[in-house]
Design a protein around this ligand. Structure first.
Ligand code: GLP
Length: 244
């Protein structure tokens, strides 16, 4: 921080210069996840700048998810998210995937109910306009970290009471003999909008993955049409490729 005052002539506001130098220190590994930042007063006196400037830089980095502030104990470099490596070749549920990793799974409900289907729900699920669609929208959370927002749509004839699925949609489908056996999954890049970012507890605008899954029963009938937003900073999707 000591060189900060000398470079003040460079034009950029001091708080931006400080922000950058802290960011650089994190990126270069000089300070790592969980490390405490020196106190506001220490940084201000070392860099010979005001505490207000330090506070502004630090608050920006907290908003950006680079630092975290813990009440009473100070400011720390944010813990790095353990990335989830997810196979693309098996048709599994979120609950199964996380349980296999020994993670505690939980969901927060965003929506569950019966609705008149949208045109794309009608098309994908093969519903007519006088049938209803069951929507199940959840924030999926593992070890207290929100990882994805999943919005599933199914025919109301297979899921007449969406509120009754309990913690796993696939487990509920299994009990009625509707567990899918095949799925087509499409993954595309999407920057997170403000609402999704707030739910996923990440800064708005960071990279996300939009995942659409259409899954089928053995009979070939579509059973599930799910559109999800996964955190781009939390997932690696992995598929094994073979020369055929
Ligand atoms: C995965 C899939 C979703 C599916 C869900 C079911 O996350 N991407 O398409 O609906 O699993 O998970 P669960 O059985 O835990 O509700």
């Amino acid at each position: 921080f000591a060189t900060l005052k000398q470079s003040a002539q460079s034009g950029a506001p001091l708080y931006l210069q400080l922000r950058k130098s802290i960011e650089d220190a994190v990126n270069r590994g000089l300070i790592g996840p969980g490390d405490a930042l020196p106190s506001e007063r220490d940084i201000a006196s070392k860099a010979d700048i005001s505490r207000v400037t330090v506070r502004k830089a630090v608050q920006d980095l907290v908003k950006g998810g680079i630092l975290v502030q813990r009440h009473g104990s100070g400011t720390f470099v944010a813990p790095r998210m353990e990335r989830v490596e997810q196979s693309l070749s098996r048709l599994t549920s979120f609950t199964e995937d996380m349980a296999r990793r020994g993670m505690a799974v939980r969901s927060a409900w965003l929506d569950r109910g019966l609705y008149a289907p949208s045109p794309d729900e009608m098309m994908v699920l093969g519903l007519s306009s006088n049938e209803l669609v069951a929507r199940v929208a959840r924030l999926r959370i593992a070890n207290d970290t929100p990882l994805a927002i999943e919005r599933a749509a199914l025919s109301a004839s297979v899921l007449p009471d969406p509120a009754a699925i309990g913690s796993s949609l696939y487990a509920a489908l299994e009990t009625t003999g509707h567990r899918p056996v095949r799925a087509v999954q499409r993954i595309s890049a999407a920057n997170l909008g403000d609402d999704d970012a707030r739910l996923l507890e990440v800064p708005p605008g960071i990279a996300g993955l939009h995942i659409e899954r259409i899954s089928y029963l053995a009979s070939g009938k579509v059973i599930e049409f799910t559109r999800s937003i996964y955190r781009g900073d939390a997932y690696d999707f992995v598929a094994e490729l073979r020369l055929s």
